[in-house]
Design a protein around this ligand. Sequence first.
Ligand code: PLP
Ligand code: ZN
Length: 396
Amino acid sequence: MPTLTCVSCGKTYPLATGLRCSCCNEPLEIRYESLKPPARIKDEPCFITRNANIFPWSDLRPELSLGEGATPLLEAPNLQQETGLNFLYLKNETANPTWSFKDRGTALGVQAAVRFGLRAIGTVSSGNMAASIAAYAARAGLAAYIFVQENMPAVKIEPIAIYNPCLYRGIGDYGQLYFNALRWGEKHGIYFISSDNPFRVEGQKTVAFEILDQLNYQQLDYIIMPVSSGGNMAGVIKAVEEMEKMGLIKTAPQVIGVQAEGCCPIYKAAAEGKDQIEHFGQPNTIARAISNPIPPSGNRILRKVQQGRARIVAVSEKEILAAQSFLAHQEGLFVQPAGAVPVAAIRKLAREGSLKPSDKIAAILTGSGLKDTSVLAQHRLKFNQVPVDKLEQALC
Ligand SMILES: *Cc1c(COP(=O)(O)O)cnc(C)c1O
Ligand SMILES: [Zn+2]
């Protein structure tokens, strides 16, 4: 039987709704006695069925899926030309049912909730997580309890509200709201599928399995991705370690996590050689989806950095905006600022010479540009206004 194991002290727990270790308050992860490879994308289109071998249960309910995963892995000819890197791939996670990678984790989290007999799931979120939880709860006939911050504008709340969850805009201290929500969850049987919920992490590890599947398990040197709470990156590191253990690949790619300079608690702790994350203070970045100042899986990522499995870099606001435009102008991909940070990092690392032309690199574009249109004002986009009878002369 798989177990829940503390990522820090190794204490094991039965597979149940526990989220963190009772001794050290670090996250729990699922460990298996033995692992088998997932089916290939070309052989099995359904996310749930295809990945049954790398999930804790094999008898899952495919009808609860919304068609997540199997997103395109695109070559990036113009980014290659600009950076001089010869092997660059972009994993387009905006092609998921609610337009971000969160759906992979929610898909398995919902399976866990149903299996544990719970009637309600919940999250505290300011965007992608909330939409994903609300959508999958609707599909599974579960209630969804969603807590958002007091300053969240209606244009961002409405695309969550459309799924009809129980949605609360908490007035007052957001940190307080988070801890209250977890307490109420335990008391009222609401299963919180937060960023590093062990089942969410198992669902999210599929993105790395897919990238290697799409590359026919050929050598890959780096996977580059944004990191905030650390849940998604923990899943990707777990996946490459499992693939290496199973012999699907010879050497696991190194995972490079990217933070915004305006909120980079993991980068800061790694650069200062610390083994504990400290609260970053007031986040200040346009990449709002990666602005967690006290990442719950930060220490876990730091340990992987110390083991050489992972590395953390930080990019500036200017570099993030430039990467977002570059992806739209040059590759036809409109991602949100958080989704553009890996490309900002690739351009920076290539310029500095820390990525070599022969390195094989995949970047994960985590969420759609339509999720955060407020940033568009900063691009000063232009269009021409012309009388209809003067249009032909105005053509440029
Ligand atoms: C949630 C999110 C992230 C960060 O993932 P973590 O698991 O919190 O590290 C990055 N990009 C987008 C678009 C997200 O929605
Ligand atoms: Zn522990």
